[in-house]
Design a binder for this molecule. Sequence first.
Ligand code: NAP
Length: 492
Amino acid sequence: MSLQSFQMYINGESCEAVSAARFDSMDPSCAQPWASFPDANGDDVDIAVKAADAAFNGRAWRSLTATARGKLLRKLGDLISENGEQLAQLESRENGKLIRETRGQLAYLPEFFYYMAGLADKIEGETLPIDKPDMMAYTVREPIGVVAAIIPWNSPLYLTAIKVAPALAAGNTIVIKPSEHASASIVALAQLAEQAGFPAGVLNVVTGYGPSAGSALTSHPLVRHIAFTGGAATARHVVRASADNFAHLSLELGGKSPQIVFPDADIDSAVNGIVAGVFAASGQSCVAGSRLLIHESIYEEVLQKVADRAARIKIGKPSDADTEMGPMTTEAQLNIAENMVATALEQGAVLRHGGKRPDVNGGWYYEPTLLECQSPTDTLMQEEVFGPVAAAIPFKTEEEALALANDSRFGLAAGIWTRDIARAHRLCRDVRSGIIWVNTYRVVSAMAPIGGFGDSGYGREGGIDAVLSYTEKKTVWINLSSEPMADPFVMR
Ligand code: NAP
């Protein structure tokens, strides 16, 4: 079968790598190569960053009013909406996410652009009631410069949208490095940006491997802000790279998010929330609710219902509309899930469901897997799997549930299932995580910040915070006095 050939997008043009090298990308649903991309290295990254820097300083972009930038973003949102089916098909093909889910995500994706378009001309400075006679002072928020966006493979379009929309709304330019496993949808997005009318160089995409293209991008001296989503090990490289150039940084990393179920909860709803949290997207979600903390009085009932639902999950090709769980995106991720389940069993965990590779079309599939752990210190209770694997443990009291929930170096998300409003608010106050869902799970909005505590990273994407994080503040002082400057050796 011949591979679909994609180019990358630099300075308003589709192009090959300077070296002319290419790499193949695999279709996870059948473990066969399906597409090929330019294999960018430092030379290509340098061209892309210089183009973004020239665009940042060039008239075509700088002379646009904030309102005009907002209109371009709105236009891009419209184009995404018009081309939603094609983008949904591409993302489903490249990372194996269900077509029913990518269609759903694409139906919402334009909202990120509309929301940030609306904020573009509301990025305001302040006039300061300054405590110095004869002085006036005000602040201005300015774009930072070239943004490097590093994207993982699990939700490439969504994770790109929440970076591109605020970064461009604030007047920056951007170079995106998608994952080598999921680049096609991002190249398609760049072409829509061109159609929308963004000037050349404002939005660029370099395709290639993390250690070469990604590393060259995050360490490039002209990059002023790095927006990274990915794993902790890569994040450490990125933090070190940013230190050399003092680039601004936001890190959206992984999690080991708890789902806490109390006896007064709507049990069937909690079971659905647990399934949504850890088996949807084959568990390849940063907010996967993979630690099940369940009150002892309902522990067996909840586990049995989760196991029964897991047994009925329809595993199959992501392109089939009735499939509920597709493949893992990479073979490496499948091996990690399998090895972590093996370690959990060695540590005494009890397997309640799953733990095997179903044979579907030769693809990288793993069953929805449910284990009961012996101790909160077990590896599976502490480490992210990034796969469809849930680890359960019972608790006796609310205090114990809280202690278990906070017994993690991560802090990305948490689910609380209770009808007791006071208890819900107590836990919202005391659980340490960036997102808390009460009696629901896996809800996102362009208006709501996303980000983590602890090893889940820092910085927030989504909401007003996001657009402000792509600006820096300038303070302007104006001397209103007509008197000459006094003593030059004394600070005024
Ligand atoms: P990853 O291996 O850390 O890769 C993330 C990105 O970094 C990819 O584009 C990768 O490129 C690139 N990269 C690799 N090495 C690099 C280097 N030395 N310098 C610069 N960039 C480099 O993560 P992943 O396996 O793709 O994604 C899974 C992780 O992302 C999980 O931990 C998950 O929890 C996290 N995640 C977090 C969120 C959130 O919003 N908090 C959302 C989604 C995922 P290549 O793929 O081409 O190597």
